[in-house]
Design a protein around this ligand. Structure first.
Ligand SMILES: Cc1ncc(COP(=O)(O)O)c(C=O)c1O
Length: 369
């Protein structure tokens, strides 16, 4: 099976991990964190072109720390898309606040026009997601947020390296949240980071990832253990060096598929615009009909085609039980029915890519005629 995504690890990562093991310093519970963690943060600051990066142990932790840092609490509302991974909304619940789901636009990202209508006096924050590695419409979203003094937190879990008008995603708001889960654009196994240009948010997030402590056993604010282990940071350092080549390969692969596939009737690629660059964490198409039949036939051929996300967050059993089930988000529901992602990760070979394109075209023509 050609997997939809997979971690790509080499000798560089192995050697770096061995160094950590030999040092005996597997983690560091100080305010600043360990040597590898600090190096990892500095490297990411340089890549993103932002003032602060604070590494944590998952993308979920990054989102949760950010919401706690801006003071999201019971009684507050936080606007999120429903067409995302459930973590985007779960962190809102974890703060005791209420997620307010807003529909997406044509590009699968939150629709600024609908976002505007969802704002109330209780709205404390907005979390746009750069879905599949494609930037949301940040200018319009930022304008809406700043008009009412609402905090803006980017969920950039899938978009490391993507740019909006020449600026990195994750640096276009109060704080950006990244994930380094095993199959992300770069990985630390599990891991995450918060990027911010605000000294105040950086200081709070640094405390929050470590039980609110500054000098040890002096908890000043509510925090948890969200520290990144040193082995993970060491892997991440080597992965960040490879980021430009990973992105280049993903783009080449996606462009190849677009050239081969897009003249099939009923198939559409919806994430392109002159002012944004895509990192193709997922290369995703919409197919008008028979998506699941297409998925099954590709899987039978050994192509790890996948659907992100089949169930919008507001329709999951958890959120249905919280009363969101009857909410109507028509574009979200259409996308959940139509999207299909194909493998474009850097380890997909030219031969495999040709096979993916040929099989997709053959099956799609049969099913969509
Ligand atoms: C859009 C989105 N948000 C948040 C997360 C959460 O990241 P993590 O799995 O590292 O907690 C992920 C990935 O898993 C994601 O894809």
């Amino acid at each position: 099976m050609i997997p939809i995504n997979k971690p790509i690890l080499g000798n560089e990562e192995k050697e770096e991990v061995l160094k950590v093991l030999e040092s005996g310093m597997l983690t560091d519970a100080s305010y600043e964190g360990g040597k590898y963690t600090r190096e990892f943060e500095a490297k990411l600051e340089k890549i993103l072109g932002c003032k602060h990066v604070i590494a944590v142990n998952s993308g979920t932790a990054a989102l949760h720390c950010s919401l706690l840092a801006i003071g999201v609490k019971r009684g507050d509302e936080v606007i999120v898309p429903s067409f995302t991974f459930v973590a985007t909304a779960n962190v809102v619940l974890a703060c005791g606040a209420r997620p307010v789901f807003v529909d997406i636009g044509e590009d699968y990202n939150i629709d600024p026009a609908k976002l505007k209508k969802a704002i109330t006096r209780k709205t404390k924050a907005i979390i746009p997601v750069h879905l599949y590695g494609y930037p949301a419409n940040m200018d319009e979203i930022r304008e809406i947020a700043s008009k009412d003094n609402i905090a803006l937190i980017e969920d950039a879990a899938e978009s490391l390296g993507a740019e909006y008008k020449g600026r990195q995603t994750g640096t276009l708001s109060d704080a950006g949240c990244f994930s380094f889960y095993a199959t992300k654009v770069v990985t630390t196994g599990e891991g995450g980071a918060i990027s911010t240009n605000s000294d105040e948010i950086a200081e709070k997030v640094t405390m929050i990832r470590n039980h609110g402590m500054v000098e040890g056993y002096d908890s000043r604010v509510l925090g948890l253990n969200y520290r990144l282990p040193e082995i993970s940071a060491a892997i991440g350092l080597k992965q960040l060096e490879k980021l430009p080549s990973y992105i280049r390969k993903r783009r080449e692969n996606a462009e190849y598929l677009n050239e081969r596939i897009l003249d099939v009737k009923g198939v559409e690629f919806k994430q392109s615009s002159k002012d944004r660059t895509h990192v193709f964490y997922l290369y995703t198409l919409s197919v008008k009909r028979s998506r699941d039949d297409l998925l099954e036939s590709l899987k039978k051929k050994g192509i790890g085609a996948s659907v992100y996300f089949r169930i919008p967050v507001h329709k999951t059993p958890l959120y249905s039980s919280l009363g969101y089930g009857s909410l109507k988000l028509s574009k979200t529901e259409t996308a959940a029915r139509e999207v299909i992602s194909l493998p474009v990760h850097p380890a997909v070979t030219g031969e495999q890519l040709d096979f993916i394109a040929s099989e997709f075209i053959k099956e799609a023509r049969k099913l969509l005629k």
